[in-house]
Design a protein around this ligand. Structure first.
Ligand code: MN
Length: 387
């Protein structure tokens, strides 16, 4: 069985206010071409089709169009698309029945009472057990094990079995997901690979954007990664994985095909941080004809000049590149740290914005006007939901 494994497309993602439709269309065209060339038995997209649960009509049209093209590029290919934590589970399944006529399986919600929904048999080739994103608690409840067990009962010919999940596995390299630690990655609690049964030949994962085998000692647990960077910290190659498995129990053969982006996400300076004057000079000298997004890594002694954003905007005027933001860090963060000691009562009386400012000060982060605006918007949204 030959599988094209991908995930985390995040269609509709907007980068610092810039529309990315052109890049996303380019990525989709590359995917369609790869499917045409590779003629896989299965095309597997492991969640996060869209960046938000409310993608615009044009973004949905773009995706649906690409699926139909993919089907025409390789009519025998079974296409399986699961919903990730960014997708709306129920909307994902609205057109499940018509899609199935084209050999496209949309798996959006967990059907614990209908386990067959999650078993897709590719006659004579193998089985794909496909689950959408589900809460870690649900995943540990044994549902995955039950479905895998059903497959092994049916799999008399020892055909390959692929399991697909959208989750955060502990032990993964989560570079690029800046809100992560050992316990959560990208807002999802990590689970241990040993919390679920292992009677599969390949575990196809979505959620983490860096393509990788997860260190489990088995060499068959893999994130395909996103085909397009969602953040500046995803500074690694983006690709799709081609997986071939000869029979149940065999080790999968995996190779990758790079996906190129006509508008790469670029950071100045290329390595580390530099002083504002130096970074601005690099931006002024930046070639006018290079299409890319730009982030500036600036080391500040105290604070950035008040007109820094404006100067950066002026520096790129008339150029093809798009200025996104200034990522500022404080020089000698550790020596400047002065934690204010507050009593619990004092702390409770502080407005949230003050707490955030203190946190930024203590950790050396820069809490600029834009951050304050975002903070206040988030606070407002939180207040709106609790009302
Ligand atoms: Mn994702």
């Amino acid at each position: 069985m030959k599988i094209l494994h991908t995930g985390d497309w995040h269609l509709g993602h907007v980068l610092y206010g810039y529309d990315r439709t052109e890049e996303q269309q380019q990525m989709l065209r590359q995917m369609v071409d790869i499917v045409g060339v590779e003629q896989p038995d299965v095309f597997l997209l492991c969640g996060d089709v869209y960046h938000t649960s409310q993608p615009s009509a044009s973004v949905q049209t773009m995706f649906n169009h690409a699926l139909v093209q993919m089907h025409h590029a390789s009519p025998h290919t079974t296409i399986i698309v699961t919903a990730g934590n960014h997708d709306s589970a129920t909307k994902h399944e609205i057109f499940r029945t018509p899609w199935q006529q084209l050999g496209v399986y949309m798996i959006g919600t967990l059907s614990a009472d209908k386990p067959d929904t999650h078993i897709i048999e590719i006659p004579g080739k193998g089985y794909v057990v496909a689950f959408p994103y589900m809460h870690e608690r649900v995943m540990r409840s044994g549902i995955v094990d039950d479905v895998l067990h059903k497959v092994s009962e049916r799999n008399a010919d020892a055909l390959p079995v692929v399991l697909s999940l959208h989750t955060a596995l502990s032990g993964s390299d989560f570079a690029g997901h800046d809100d992560s630690d050992e316990k959560t990655i990208g807002g999802i609690d990590t689970i241990d690979v040993n919390d679920i049964a292992t009677d599969y030949d390949y575990l196809a994962l979505g959620h983490i954007h860096h393509a990788q085998f997860v260190h489990t000692g088995r060499h068959n647990v893999r994130y395909a990664g996103s085909p397009l960077s969602v953040s500046f910290d995803e500074c690694y190659e983006h690709s799709v994985s081609v997986v071939e498995i000869s029979r149940h129990g065999a080790r999968p053969e995996v190779r990758t095909i790079a996906i190129s982006n006509p508008h790469p996400l670029t950071t100045l300076p290329i390595q580390g941080f530099a002083a504002w004057d130096e970074v601005l000079r690099q931006l002024v000298d930046f070639p006018a004809d290079l299409q890319c997004y730009i982030r500036l890594n600036v080391e500040v002694a105290d604070h950035l000049p008040a007109d820094a954003r404006q100067l950066a905007q002026q520096a790129v005027e008339g150029k093809q590149c798009r200025f996104c933001y200034i990522n500022a860090t404080r020089a000698n963060t550790v020596t400047q740290r002065q934690t204010q000691q507050l009593t619990v009562q004092e702390f409770q009386q502080l407005p949230p914005i003050e707490v955030a400012r203190m946190f930024a000060h203590d950790t050396g982060a820069v809490f600029d006007e834009q951050m304050e605006l975002m903070f206040n918007q988030t606070l407002q949204a939180l207040n709106d939901t609790t009302d």
